[in-house]
Every structure is written in C-alpha cells, then in structure tokens.
Design a protein around this ligand. Structure first.
Ligand SMILES: [Zn+2]
Length: 64
C-alpha cells in the first residue's frame, strides 16, 4: 500500500496518508480538518535532509 504525502495549503501542514489505489479524494488535514486545499506532494517534504516527515515541513516560513 503506497504512502502518499499531502500538504494542506490552508495551514501549510504536511502529513502522510496510506491511500488505497481506488481512492481518489483527498484526505482531510489532521490539523485544521479541511480537505479543500489539500494537495498531493511528490516527496517534497521527505527529501529535506535532517528533517522528519511529520510536521516540520513549512517551506514558506509558516503562519503566525
Ligand atoms: Zn490544514
């Protein structure tokens, strides 16, 4: 089962989900609960060295 990475554009939160091949809808963001602005990443978060893949991906400097 493939694990995909997603990012919520609403709150810039990155998360991973195991998505069955039959599923096409986006999972809801675990932080804000919205799935409207969730996009699937192409291993952008995991490719950053020295970072964990869970909640440390904030490429835009985050939110204040
Ligand atoms: Zn969110």
């Amino acid at each position: 089962m493939p694990i995909y990475e997603f990012q919520c554009k609403t709150c810039q939160f990155c998360f991973e989900e195991i998505i069955p091949a039959s599923r096409e809808d986006m999972p809801p963001c675990p932080r804000c609960g919205s799935s409207e602005n969730v996009v699937r990443l192409v291993s952008a978060c995991a490719s950053q060295p020295g970072r964990k893949t869970e909640s440390t991906c904030t490429p835009r400097g985050g939110f204040s």
